[in-house]
Design a binder for this molecule. Structure first.
Ligand SMILES: Nc1ncnc2c1ncn2[C@@H]1O[C@H](COP(=O)(O)OP(=O)(O)OP(=O)(O)O)[C@@H](O)[C@H]1O
Length: 784
């Protein structure tokens, strides 16, 4: 719908007014911030000038304290004022160049008045008459904008539903205070604006989508009914974007009770953390906590074992020869990721309550303080109705007493005297002071020498026993390693614990592999979570109750076992799990449907599943080509943005392939494509390509250690490209030889769907069947 000049002028006039008022407030706030900052600095610098410290009498002391309290209160009040003014100033500075992006005219049923509601990233009031000049996009009334086309509409408020009619829905692009674009929209939030946004070059960091949130995405953002919200969405459908907007929404809606550091995002890799880290600050919110599951595992048991990470596991799955060892490892991965295995662990705990516990003897200087046999006897002498973990705590207390008894006897051992002689002067000084203190307390006089010697002996033994006590307090006398091993080396144990589920295929070989690793103090990725789970079952769960909301991105990459584990780890949490089964590249991947384990975590009552089928990232041509690669792909709807058809370039030799790639990369750089990724299958392949091409072009090799993305040409292994996007993607070698196994299908799909505007696939020899099985008219094939 075109605007009349008059409408345009009126709108620009309004922008000018709002910007003018914002500038006024900015001026005031700047003054206030400066002034209050000065006061704070002044109070801090002269804090003690106004406090007379006098502790002479009780009265003096009370007055001193009251003085101090007053001074502290004044300081903290000024600091709070400074914080508030500063954050208001920051907010306005963010808004002033682009104060709002949308408008709706809404007439509430039963009233005559039509209200004009302007939406921006935060609210802004006219201080004169307390009217809202801009509404926060998260305010209840703002949902009208995202949920309805003009016509009958309604929104929810804490007081109930408000119905009425939307008479107008308008979008703006305002830059530097000027309206650059403006149009009235119909059913969805402007395709025009989305076209604009999506046709831009990709960024090294994710952007907020606040101005163009789609209706189905708004359902995710504003969902606050369910304990577990599962989003199953196609590649590029805005899962991550919606989740970040959701965090901002929840922080706004629950601002009295929820803080950013009570929300935790599990990212697929550390680079992703940096990729998404700017969205919330852009919206004026603090960032939530971010981690990877691997980082969590490392923090718990990384000291005791060398932990394999998921990237090493996937490299193995993708490149190891397909022999018995390989088949067994894959069977082991599937089994150890399953709910069946989790139930085996639970059954194992019950079994251990009766028998089979394994402890580490408490030893000191090569001598046994308490033998493992005695610990075990003591353990099974406790009432069998006491839970396993509680019995371990009782055991700990008993062991600490045993150590104390041992400590007393130990003081008269010859080694103690020897060590006393080696003590330095400070220790003697301490001993002397202690001796004086005892004499004063008891009002007696001892033989100085005896008191000193006994004190020193106590001190020496106590010091030496500290590490032992620490280990006992940390419950490290339970031999969890042996307990885990027992599952694999005790004949028939697993079978008896598994019940009907039975033992997985290749069990003897799986056991051999697991034991071999344990002997080398290593844990395969698929063993890490089960091991930690067993540890928690035995030692008691270390739950986290401060986190209130967990967001799991790429949830399909978590095994059902891991998802159960996370639920237990965060017992008071709500969860948002985002994923795409078609990007489940790991052998342990989960499905996210209503009948899958994830949906049963909290039960149907507390779980909601939302599907996103529209893909925004890639051009229509790229979506039409890639969607045929995965089951159910025909339901993926491309956003209507056109570009070139994907190109498949078949090269008969490596040199030809490299020449072609060099030429294409040079052309892409010359055409101003800002982010270009050459996606390889594995880390090894990436390193080889990097070596071969680095002389000719400015390249950056991405490894799992790379902390952040930058623009430019990146060489990246497929599994590290998860969750991110690039203007142009080159698949380094999409040949039949590289990608044909069924377990490589999703990897290939994930790699191709990283492209926003251009997709080139080189193939050394025959192309992958995942390409050739696509309709001929969805791509162009040439010989390079
Ligand atoms: N409503 C929207 N308005 C503007 N851009 C959007 C919108 N929804 C998604 N996008 C854009 O689409 C791209 C893909 O979004 P996002 O990365 O959130 O998708 P995803 O579903 O998490 O993808 P994947 O699973 O493939 O990693 C991003 O560039 C994002 O900015």
């Amino acid at each position: 719908m075109s605007m009349t000049e008059q409408q345009w002028n009126e709108e620009q006039q309004r922008v000018n007014n709002v910007v003018g008022l914002m500038e006024q407030q900015i001026g005031q706030l700047e003054g206030e911030v400066g002034e209050v900052r000065g006061e704070v600095v002044d109070i801090r610098a002269h804090f003690w000038d106004d406090v007379t410290v006098n502790m002479g009498t009780a009265e003096d002391a009370a007055e001193t304290l009251s003085n101090l309290k007053q001074q502290v209160e004044m300081l903290s009040e000024r600091e709070r004022t400074h914080r508030l003014a500063y954050s208001a100033l920051k907010k306005l500075n963010r808004m002033v160049k682009s104060p709002y992006f949308g408008r709706i005219d809404f007439k509430e049923t039963g009233t005559q008045q039509t209200e004009k509601i302007y939406l921006g990233i935060a609210s802004f009031m006219d201080e004169k008459d307390d009217t809202f000049l801009v509404y926060d996009w998260r305010a209840p009334v703002s949902s009208l904008y995202y949920d309805y086309p003009p016509g009958p509409s309604a929104y929810e408020t804490p007081g109930g539903s408000i119905e009425g009619e939307m008479l107008l829905k308008r979008q703006y692009v305002i830059r530097e205070g000027d309206i650059r674009l403006m149009f009235d929209t119909g059913v969805t939030i402007g395709d025009e604006l989305l076209q604009q946004v999506l046709s831009r070059s990709s960024d090294a960091q994710m952007k907020s989508i606040v101005a163009t949130i789609q209706k189905e995405q708004n359902q995710i953002i504003r969902n606050d009914r369910s304990r577990m919200l599962i989003v199953q969405g196609a590649a590029g459908s805005g899962k991550t974007s919606s989740a970040l907007q959701r965090v901002a929404y929840l922080l706004y809606k629950n601002r009295e009770t929820l803080q950013a550091d009570q929300m935790l995002l599990f990212s697929p890799n550390p680079m992703f953390n940096s990729y998404v880290s700017t969205v919330l600050p852009e919206l004026g919110e603090e960032n939530m906590l971010q981690t990877t599951f691997q980082q969590y595992l490392e923090s718990r048991i990384g000291r005791d074992f060398q932990l394999e990470d998921p990237f090493i596991q996937i490299e193995y799955v993708l490149s190891a020869p397909e022999d018995v060892e390989y088949a067994a490892r894959n069977s082991g991965i599937r089994y150890k990721s399953s709910v069946d295995y989790l139930m085996v662990m639970d059954a194992y705990k019950t079994w251990l309550e009766q028998q089979g516990m394994n402890f580490i003897s408490i030893r000191f200087k090569g001598r046994e303080v308490v033998s493992s046999r005695r610990i075990k006897e003591r353990f099974y002498s406790f009432d069998s109705s006491i839970r396993l973990a509680n019995r371990v705590v009782l055991l700990r207390d008993w062991l600490l007493k045993e150590i104390s008894a041992f400590e007393k006897l130990e003081r008269s051992m010859p080694w103690v005297e020897e060590e006393i002689e080696l003590l330095d002067v400070d220790d003697y000084r301490r001993a002397y002071k202690e001796q004086q203190r005892i004499q004063k307390d008891k009002g007696t006089t001892f033989d100085d020498f005896d008191v000193e010697k006994s004190y020193l002996a106590r001190m020496v033994v106590h010091e030496r026993l500290k590490p032992l006590r620490r280990r006992v307090k940390q419950l490290r006398f339970v031999n969890v390693r042996a307990l885990y091993r027992q599952l694999f080396d005790k004949e028939g144990l697993l079978a008896s614990l598994s019940g009907e589920a039975g033992v997985p295929e290749y069990w003897p070989e799986i056991s051999r592999q697991t034991i071999q690793r344990l002997e080398q103090s290593e844990l395969a990725y698929e063993d890490v979570t089960p091991y930690l789970y067993l540890l928690e079952l035995v030692q008691g769960f270390q739950t986290n109750t401060s986190i209130r909301h967990v967001i799991i991105d790429e949830a399909q990459d978590y095994s059902p076992f891991q998802l159960h584990f996370l639920k237990r780890l965060f017992p008071r949490c709500r969860m948002t799990a985002l994923g795409d089964v078609n990007q489940g590249i790991y052998a342990h991947a989960s499905s996210l449907g209503e009948h899958d384990p994830i949906a049963r975590l909290y039960g149907a009552e507390q779980t909601e599943l939302i599907r996103l089928m529209r893909s925004y990232r890639s051009t229509r041509e790229i979506v039409e080509f890639t969607r045929g690669m995965v089951p159910g792909g025909e339901d993926i709807v491309p956003f209507n943005r056109s570009g070139e058809k994907p190109k498949v370039i078949v090269a008969s030799g490596l040199e030809l392939l490299h020449d072609r790639m060099k030429a294409d990369l040079q052309a892409l750089i010359a055409d101003q494509y800002e982010s270009i990724a050459v996606i390889c299958k594995t880390a090894n392949e990436s390193a080889e390509v990097y070596e071969a091409m680095r002389e000719h072009l400015p390249l950056r090799l991405i490894t799992k250690q790379t902390p952040s993305f930058e623009k430019g040409v990146l060489i990246i292994p497929s599994y590290l490209a998860k969750g991110v996007e690039f203007d142009a993607v080159i698949i380094y070698n999409g040949s039949r030889e590289r990608y044909s196994r069924e377990n490589e299908r999703k990897l290939f799909y994930t790699a191709c769907t990283r492209a926003m505007h251009l997709l080139y696939i080189y193939s050394l020899g025959q192309p992958s069947p995942f390409i050739t099985s696509q309709a001929d008219n969805t791509y162009l094939c040439t010989n390079g």
